[in-house]
Design a protein around this ligand. Sequence first.
Ligand code: CA
Length: 398
Amino acid sequence: MTWVTGADGSPYGVTNLPYGVFRSNGGQPRIGVRIGSWVFDLAGAEAADLVLAAGTLCRPTLNDFMALGRPQWTSVRQRITELLTDSAHRPVVEPLLVPLDEVELLLPIEVADYVDFYSSEHHASNVGQIFRPGQPPLLPNWKHLPIGYHGRAGTVVVSGTPVTRPTGQRASAEGPVTGPSVRLDIEAEVGFVVGVPSALGDRVSVDDFADHVFGVVLVNDWSARDIQAWEYQPLGPFLGKSFATSISAWVTPLDALAAAFVPAPDQDPPVVNYLRDVPHLGLDLRLTVEWNGERVSEPPFASMYWTPAQQLAHLTVNGASLRTGDLYASGTVSGPDRGQVGSFLELTWGGAEPVKLGDETRTFLADGDTVTITATAPGPDGTTIVLGEVTGTVRPAR
Ligand code: CA
């Protein structure tokens, strides 16, 4: 129980406590933690010696705090919980609570490297059927390693940032044409944020996932399908993806998700040694995708074939080092049913089956459209916690 007004029973109660960076009245960026409809100003709390984190909570992003490592992440979370639950602290803590509707939420991390995987068997199979009809839906390597690519860290933006329709080349019967994308899409994903780095040449074991990964964000990997289809062979995604990737303003710490780890789908054929994670655990995150306010899909993250621990081990098996602020996303989250897909490519089956939104129909995104991705997770003792949303509105091409 917390003494914070309105927070008990809210999905942002004291068992959740996601971290973010906010600004109020045009001031400097400050680290805070969300409780109910308030932001607890952790920069103010550390300045007043209420929380001790080596000064890292007074910085403009979460990176220095995330670099401290799991023992400090856990002790700071315990201290914040104590401050918000023991009413003896109320007189000094309450002045540090800022109403959420009075703050601007900023990008919570300085993104170091950005990697995007492709770990949903349902998504990969759907895309295979749409793009390579009559052939096996999965390519021969897919069940042997988590497929991924390196994306563009500098264009990762915080939820709420407008997304300008990208311009680029696409194929046509008369040859390539250049112009605004006409097949702009989303990809609903879950992202993992690295806190503790690794040394160049080292390999991070599947067992060390929780020592390196600080927490989870929701991701929208905006995708221009027409640009992507023309450019992606033979080297993979490039300009069809790099124009913008949105993440939630709130980073949910792994400590808040302890009750959400569930057995991941069995893997057949068996995976090679460095990918063998025991226990083999995914996360029971239930995503929703809203298109102009209408819920069009509910992708289940628990159905992902490759786990975040396997993705991290694969990302470093060649000795590539991790940096604080690295972000690796899961790939589009799609379940087995049409109402569970994480992209409009799948929802409209390549644009062949438009969906109805109110009085209008859509295949891909129109200018002015807004997409919002949210998620819930099991919390302790049968409760439910909410992950911060990721939303964005499409602006016309420039
Ligand atoms: Ca993606």
